[in-house]
Design a protein around this ligand. Structure first.
Ligand SMILES: [Zn+2]
Length: 428
């Protein structure tokens, strides 16, 4: 049964500080009209609509985009902390192979509610059983970019060929309103050249992105070097002709400058996962300034609740930003605008979705309001808005969330979420 919130065809947001993220990066005080899932106008005019949100000086931002997670692993929150990376991976693989469909669905739905509650309107997922996760996407009302993971057949618990499973999933969910299916790839430690090239071919045939892990840990890179006569993973992927603009790589921590350049040259995009990388003690920071200098689009991912414990992009923005400054002994090496770009326009470009990531007429209506009546955001104006979003705001500041024109969170209340639905639910 759809809630009232979901049924309005037009919505007027009155009197907000609008962080447009348009090409001039304008921040203005005004109104937004949403009609039939699209932004119709951004400006000063007063318009009639089915419903009005009195923003009263709240900050309006484009919905945040989380470009790497495994949402079905939300139930692992707090269960894999403070152990070695080796033990973490061992336990994760074991837990992943023992899942039921009900567990995957409930865990995913809970993770999606957490994301919506935290101002995330789109996320990129990497997992198997994506058709189950897709059902949770429809139920929650979030936008899900779901990448069915492929890997070598002898390394998976998936029934049948992962590439065929991915193809079936993409065919079944084409033209869905909120589910955007694509091809996933686990990483060089689990997928050989045949799978990589098969994934690329499938993405071209179905016109989707390819999303997968790349150079996350030093161990995976060293193992690869030993098995490939000193050739590094990203160099190898370039040699076999895999690197291409459809590829959204997660992590990219242990790439050399040469590999960073290969990524830029081939139009590969990067999902940076600073909180997960640091919490797992990966031992280094992705060379973000070098990626940006070489034309790689950088966005922000949370990774799973096993290694991050939240799916909060606000934490990713602040922690990532201050980590780069500290790592390079230079507070000016990045700035709040560049970091907000990562969570909005860069992420949209990485997904080949220019209709997302900014608040402009004609774009899809994915809009988040941050409450300036909270102590931590009080006194925010058009000048300080971007800095305050990146360095001061947290998920508790998110008061209203609109996805595709539907008001999913209103004045602090997440319309469809009921904690009782999860109390006795199966999560494994
Ligand atoms: Zn991951």
């Amino acid at each position: 049964m759809l809630n009232n919130y979901w049924c309005v065809s037009s919505l007027f947001i009155h009197d907000a500080i609008i962080v447009t993220q348009n090409s001039a990066r304008e921040v203005l005080r005004g109104n937004i009209l949403v009609r039939d899932g699209k932004i119709e106008s951004v400006g000063k005019e007063h318009m009639d609509a089915d419903s009005t949100v009195e923003a009263g000086g709240k900050i309006a931002i484009p919905g945040l985009i989380n470009t790497h997670c495994h949402v079905a692993m939300t139930h692992l929150r707090g269960k894999l902390d403070d152990i070695s990376l080796e033990k973490f991976l061992e336990r994760t693989f074991k837990l992943d192979s023992e899942r039921s469909n009900a567990g995957i669905y409930n865990s995913s739905l809970l993770g999606m509610y957490e994301m919506l509650d935290s101002g995330i309107t789109s996320f990129v997922d990497l997992y198997y059983s994506e058709e189950v996760i897709a059902k949770a996407v429809r139920e929650s009302g979030i936008r899900g970019f779901l990448s069915w993971v492929t890997l070598d057949e002898d390394k998976t618990t998936q029934k049948g060929s992962p590439l065929k499973n991915a193809e079936r999933f993409i065919s079944n969910f084409r033209n869905d309103e909120l589910v955007i299916p694509s091809v996933g790839i686990q990483g060089v430690y689990a997928a050989g050249d045949e799978v990589y090239l098969g994934a690329k071919e499938l993405a071209e045939k179905k016109d989707t992105i390819i999303h997968g892990h790349l150079a996350e840990t030093r161990e995976e890179v060293y193992n690869f070097l030993n098995q490939h006569n000193g050739v590094r993973p990203t160099e190898h992927l370039e040699k076999i002709g895999f690197l291409n603009p459809r590829f959204l790589a997660a992590h990219g921590v242990w790439n050399t400058l040469h590999e960073v350049r290969l990524m830029g040259k081939n139009g590969v995009k990067l999902s940076w996962n600073p909180v997960s990388n640091a919490k797992l003690g990966i031992g280094g920071m992705a060379p973000v300034p070098e990626y940006l200098a070489n034309g790689v689009s950088v966005s922000i991912g949370s990774d799973s609740c096993g290694s991050n414990n939240t799916q909060d992009v606000f934490q990713g923005m602040k922690f990532g930003s201050i980590w780069v400054k500290s790592d390079r002994w230079n507070p000016a090496i990045t700035n709040a605008q560049a970091i907000l770009d990562m969570a909005t326009v860069n992420a949209a470009a990485s997904l080949n979705r220019p209709d997302l990531g900014s608040l402009e007429p004609g774009k899809s209506a994915d809009i988040v309001l941050l409450d300036t009546r909270t102590p931590r955001l009080m006194l925010t104006d058009e000048i300080t808005a971007v800095s305050n979003i990146v360095y001061s705001a947290d998920a508790s500041c998110v008061s209203d969330v609109i996805v595709n024109g539907r008001l999913i969170k209103s004045d602090g209340h997440l319309a469809k979420f009921n904690s009782k639905d999860f109390q006795d639910a199966e999560f494994v």
